[in-house]
Design a protein around this ligand. Structure first.
Ligand SMILES: NC(=O)C1=CN([C@@H]2O[C@H](COP(=O)(O)OP(=O)(O)OC[C@H]3O[C@@H](n4cnc5c(N)ncnc54)[C@H](O)[C@@H]3O)[C@@H](O)[C@H]2O)C=CC1
Ligand SMILES: CC(=O)N[C@@H]1[C@@H](OP(=O)(O)OP(=O)(O)OC[C@H]2O[C@@H](n3ccc(=O)[nH]c3=O)[C@H](O)[C@@H]2O)O[C@H](C(=O)O)[C@@H](O)[C@@H]1O
Length: 416
């Protein structure tokens, strides 16, 4: 018999399944995507390119983890399926995969089992649409089976460490459900497992974390634009402000990327009047145009139409290969719409139109824009970069360059 069935073997589900297997559970990892299951069985099982995670998963596969396109009945079902944004007049959550997973669980559910939803969802989803899907089992939630929500908080790029280190929040439909979820996570996390008053409270807490970050970044971005108007350096000024023990302003940049921070605030705002949250989204999205304007400015007398610009940084944040909702890509697209010939560079992102060779991206460029704070860019010799480029203008939207050294090398540098 299988102890745990993990539904969805992506960035969250696969490491979770592997950790549970390492803890001694008999784990079935189930995914509807056969190619994903085949890849996990192959040479490089990690979905995020992490060698450490691949090795960890491989060890689990040699032990009590098996992966399959067939779900298995289990004492505990853990659901980690995607929750993207659905198109509409204003973005809302697409819960179709959560509901589909709920129906799959319903077909397997037995009295006494526990079901834990981990996907990031709007408040009310666990006790609403997810519980409705589980009702297909004919069993009564609470009376016959346990149901809880337990959000995931791992940062992409550091999943394995944070899976064990981060505190967890769990919220059950009743005490027994909360206790079942708490015991599951307490088994493998070194952090504290906190019990929320309900699944809805736990859902809200997760969304509040990412929304806080989005709003804070929006403030930093607004400060950056104001600093330019006041002719002071935004990053130096924010660093000075942050010296206060109760101030923690985040960093400005070319906009907020990834598939969580720009998405999750909509899950909260969809069901409530949240003007500040909506405004923060607009401020962060507006950084694309702002950075594109700085690039146009950096071109000087050269018209953007027909100019060649190197956009350095396609990953949504430093040190990862993930280019979902890439701020660099968005800046490039605005420039391309104005007739600019854009060359994309990133040391990690594998895509047909992205070079990993920085010299060739900079060579002959009329201007360069740095849009991801990869460590590689901090090491660029400004003299060599300036010599390779045709133009003298550059934009550092992520604070990765040594401003003084680049200016000393004759580069007309604009910063966010
Ligand atoms: N990626 C991250 O670091 C974090 C993600 N989350 C949340 O966790 C959830 C999952 O995200 P990721 O793992 O990144 O997604 P992912 O896209 O990497 O993987 C999801 C997997 O679920 C599979 N799937 C889809 N429908 C299914 C179904 N009905 N039954 C079984 N498998 C199914 C897909 O084929 C895919 O392999 C989302 O709600 C996300 O917002 C939360 C915190 C961190
Ligand atoms: C509250 C929090 O820190 N949430 C994390 C977040 O991971 P993610 O990698 O998407 O977040 P991130 O590091 O804020 O990056 C998102 C975007 O925001 C930008 N960014 C980030 C920090 C900053 O000061 N300024 C800024 O512009 C980044 O460059 C990136 O484009 O979202 C994850 C998720 O929910 O999936 C969550 O598990 C992670 O712990």
């Amino acid at each position: 018999m299988t102890d745990v069935c993990v539904h969805g073997l992506g960035h969250v589900g696969l490491p979770t399944a592997a950790v549970l297997a390492h803890e001694g559970y008999d784990v079935c990892g189930f995914d509807v995507d056969g190619s994903r299951v085949e890849r996990i069985r192959g040479d490089d099982p990690a979905v995020d390119g992490s060698a450490e995670l691949s090795a960890f998963v491989r060890e689990a596969l040699d032990g009590s983890l098996r992966v399959s396109t067939d779900p298995a009945s289990a004492a505990v079902h853990v659901v980690c399926v995607p929750t993207p944004l659905a198109d509409g007049p204003e973005p809302t959550a697409d819960l179709s995969m959560v509901e589909a997973a709920g129906r799959t669980v319903a077909d397997l559910l037995r009295a006494g089992d526990a079901v834990v939803l981990e996907s990031t969802v709007p408040p009310g989803t666990t006790v609403g649409p997810f519980a409705d899907a589980l009702a297909g089992s004919g069993l009564a939630v609470g009376d016959d089976f346990r149901l809880a929500y337990a959000p995931e908080t791992v940062a992409p790029g550091n999943v394995l460490a944070e899976l064990r280190a981060n505190d967890r929040v769990v919220g059950g439909v009743d005490d027994a459900s909360a206790a079942a979820a708490r015991d599951l996570y307490a088994g493998f996390t070194d952090g504290e497992v906190r019990v929320a008053a309900s699944p809805t409270a736990a859902e809200f807490a997760k969304l509040a974390q990412n929304t806080y970050r989005d709003v804070n970044i929006a403030l930093a971005n607004e400060f950056a634009r104001a600093a330019a108007a006041y002719d002071v350096d935004a990053r130096d000024t924010i660093a000075l402000a942050n010296a206060h023990p109760r101030v923690d302003i985040h960093s400005p940049g070319p906009g907020v990327g990834g598939h969580c921070i720009p998405v999750d605030p909509w899950f909260l705002a969809a069901g409530a009047d949240m003007e500040l949250v909506r405004r923060a989204r607009a401020v962060n999205d507006g950084m694309t145009e702002y950075v594109a304007e700085l690039v146009a400015d950096a071109l000087g007398d050269r018209s953007p139409d027909g100019a060649r610009v190197a956009v350095c940084g396609v990953a949504y944040k430093p040190g990862v290969a993930d280019a979902r909702n890439s701020p660099g890509r968005r800046v490039g697209q605005v420039l391309e719409a104005g007739g600019t010939d854009v060359t994309y560079h990133d040391p990690f992102v594998a895509a047909a139109d992205v070079t990993t060779h920085l010299e060739s991206a900079l060579s002959g460029a009329d201007a360069a824009a740095f849009t991801t704070g990869h460590g590689r860019y901090a090491e660029v010799d400004p003299e060599r970069a300036a010599a390779a480029m045709d133009g003298t203008g550059a934009v550092d939207a992520v604070g990765v360059l040594d401003r003084r050294a680049w200016r000393a090398a004759g580069v007309d540098l604009r910063v966010v």
